[in-house]
Design a protein around this ligand. Structure first.
Ligand SMILES: Cc1cc2nc3c(=O)[nH]c(=O)nc-3n(C[C@H](O)[C@H](O)[C@H](O)COP(=O)(O)O)c2cc1C
Length: 167
């Protein structure tokens, strides 16, 4: 089933066009996940600064407030973060072929990136190999470094730049 979803994603990804906010083709993509809007704002700011295409990585099943309760070990986010193999399904894919540089944004969850970022990377792994990847994150206080180390360790074939913590 997982492989069916991944293949479907790869097939869909070739048909979704991506234009910058000015309508011109952009070589830079800002791809982000945001559960409550903070990372979305940071991503929009980055996209404006770099004249980049903005793309939200959305969960097929949106996260509810109960899903995001990190104090509850049974909540969806807690369950996913306790399971290294968890790969929440993404709603829609993007063709990343045209981009040289991709900013990858996420809220820090349990010190690292949410598992949906792994889903997005796994879906695009082959095409990501020749891109420059710049992680950025928002958090409640944690630094971005642990999450960048995690990404480097999990995806050693990708070119990760230093990460940025944004407000
Ligand atoms: C499940 C969950 C886990 C979190 N874990 C951390 C954490 O380990 N460190 C931290 O500083 N903030 C943590 N936060 C806070 C978020 O990183 C922070 O509120 C972030 O800016 C939310 O971004 P968003 O609005 O784009 O979802 C966590 C939030 C949630 C929902």
């Amino acid at each position: 089933m997982k492989y069916f979803v991944l293949s479907l994603c790869a097939a869909i990804s070739v048909v979704i066009p991506a234009m910058s906010q000015t309508g011109k083709e952009s070589k830079t993509l800002v791809a982000y996940f945001s559960a409550t809007g903070t990372t979305r704002q940071a991503a929009a700011k980055l996209a404006k600064e770099h004249k980049a295409v903005l793309w939200e990585i959305e969960a097929a099943e949106p996260y509810t407030a109960a899903d995001l309760d990190w104090r509850n070990k049974q909540s969806r986010s807690s369950q996913e973060m306790q399971d290294e193999e968890a790969r929440p399904t993404i709603k829609q894919c993007i063709n990343i072929m045209p981009y040289d540089t991709i900013y990858v944004g996420y809220p820090i969850w349990w010190g690292i990136c949410p598992r949906i970022i792994n889903s997005w990377i796994d879906n695009n792994l082959e095409q990501l190999k020749d891109k420059t990847l710049i992680p950025f994150a928002t958090s409640g206080g944690s630094d971005v470094r642990q999450s960048v180390e995690y990404l480097k360790k999990t995806y050693p074939s990708l070119h990760w730049e230093k990460g940025m913590l944004m407000k």
